[in-house]
Design a binder for this molecule. Structure first.
Ligand code: SAM
Length: 247
């Protein structure tokens, strides 16, 4: 069965482009993932379909009103997927927010094991705190900066999770890349062997698989030490890794 993403947003049109190109497009066509967009505005009940209001206590900006968002979340949770059926467990409802838990490859892998995720995109100054308390299970941030809305953040989560769903990309690509085991990736090269006077490292064209593997491991260690020593402190290292890092 396909992994299903339900996205709650005031701007469903923002997802059309990213979902209709390349790997995600193919994953949807192949039935590996499905993305169902829900327009929060459709759950506003007044004549103007209002979804935001001024903050209590004053201050800049607007806040997403609780009623339309709550109605939208509840309606989405009441929808059962044809694939998953009535007995499916309640999917986690995840709010995209800059004050959430930092999204990482580890969390992407964890979420990829869920049959279904509900992603809520904020706008304006964010959502009423009571909706968070009542209906949100988890809060994720994609980094320490502020976006105009949660749509790009939700798209980042969909993209990172979808490529870990079996069959979306080949398994070896996912196993060896940055963060998969706490290290950054080794440098990549393709043809030609010499480009503008720059050669590919000779070991890569030597045909010695053992030496290639050792070179790649060392490059990963070196690169992680140089660029992200914070990651290296938590990575699982062998005695040979440690010996190399001391050189
Ligand atoms: N007033 C909020 C604050 O200071 O935390 C910022 C709200 S932001 C302008 C509007 C919406 O964009 C948020 O509700 C959230 O859904 C989304 N957003 C912005 N930055 C984000 C980030 N780094 N990660 C995840 N979502 C983000």
């Amino acid at each position: 069965a396909a992994m299903r993403f339900d996205v709650l947003t005031l701007f469903p049109g923002m997802f059309t482009g990213p979902l209709s190109e390349s790997i995600l497009k193919r994953a949807i066509q192949a039935g590996r993932i499905s993305v169902v967009l829900h327009d929060i505005r459709a759950y506003a009940t007044d004549r103007h379909r209002t979804t935001d209001d001024a903050p209590y206590g004053g201050g800049a900006g607007m806040v997403m009103k609780p009623e339309p968002l709550a109605a939208c979340i509840r309606a989405v949770l009441a929808m059962t997927d044809n694939d998953t059926g009535e007995s499916a467990p309640k999917p986690p409802v995840i709010l995209m927010t800059p004050d959430g838990e930092p999204f990482t490859q580890r969390i992407a892998a964890e979420l990829a094991t869920c049959p279904r995720l509900v992603l809520v995109c904020g706008r304006y100054e964010g959502v009423d705190e009571r909706v968070r308390a009542a209906l949100i299970d988890r809060e994720l941030s994609i980094g320490d900066y502020v976006l105009t809305g949660g749509e790009l953040a939700a798209m980042v989560v969909i993209d990172a999770v979808a490529r870990l769903v079996p069959g979306v990309i080949d398994a070896e690509s996912a196993a060896e890349e940055s963060f998969s085991d706490g290290l950054l990736e080794y440098p990549q090269y393709t043809r030609p062997a010499v480009w503008e006077g720059r050669e590919v490292p000779p070991v890569l064209v030597s045909g010695h698989h053992g030496e290639v593997a050792q070179w790649r491991r060392r490059e990963r260690l070196r690169r992680t030490l140089e660029r992200r020593p914070d990651l290296l402190a938590r990575a699982v290292l062998t005695d040979a890794d440690r010996a190399y890092l001391r050189t």
